[in-house]
Design a binder for this molecule. Structure first.
Ligand code: S3P
Length: 181
């Protein structure tokens, strides 16, 4: 197995900030599927891509980025919250590296996910009910796609990184890890 780490999880769980720190600690390169999509779309933002081309086209771009990464080495990859929706993507993510589901309680996720308007799926009239419905439908997918789970609720980012490294070192046996008590 290569040493790549793939972070999955709902919007607002901290994949990018935690992933960046984790990469630094491991001496890996940090990549983020949203950033790769934006770079390949000549800087067009995620919100503009959703507005101009629709979600399905965005999902195609996401899959295209993942296909490019199957040979990547020594990376920490943060994925968009919906990257696990396609079966093709889930298979690609498993080929890329060990999949860590970064989770947090719904209040934390909602507060962080709605801090800015960079998330088109929540830029709607009633973001909380959309958030609830998306979270409910996706939780089982994160759970089954993950090799390892880490609950970041209440943990500062550096401690979440410690926890991810600890759980990775233990191996795949304990699927769940609770951060804060
Ligand atoms: C999405 C999550 C976003 C981004 C896009 C769609 C989703 O990424 O890919 O807005 O479907 O959950 P983050 O999880 O980094 O916010």
């Amino acid at each position: 197995m290569n040493s790549n780490i793939v972070l999955i999880g709902f919007m607002g769980c901290g994949k990018s900030s935690i992933g960046r720190r984790l990469a630094k600690r491991l001496g890996h390169e940090f990549l983020d599927t949203d950033d790769l999509i934006i770079a390949h779309a000549q800087g067009t933002s995620i919100s503009e891509l959703f507005a101009n081309d629709g979600e399905e086209r965005f999902r195609e771009r996401e899959s295209a980025e993942l296909r490019e990464l199957v040979e990547a080495k020594d990376i920490v990859l943060a994925t968009g919250g919906g990257a696990i929706l396609r079966e093709e993507n889930r298979a690609l993510l498993h080929r890329i590296g060990r999949i860590v589901w970064l989770h947090a309680d719904p209040e934390t996720l909602f507060e962080r996910a709605s801090r800015n308007r960079k998330r088109p799926l929540l830029d709607v009239e009633n973001p909380r009910s959309t958030f609830n419905a998306l979270l409910e439908s996706r939780l089982p997918i994160y759970e089954s796609a993950a090799d390892i789970q880490v609950d970041a609720t209440g943990l500062p980012h550096e401690q979440t990184v410690d926890e991810i490294i600890r759980v990775l070192a233990v191996g795949d046996v304990p699927k769940a890890s609770s951060g804060a008590s």
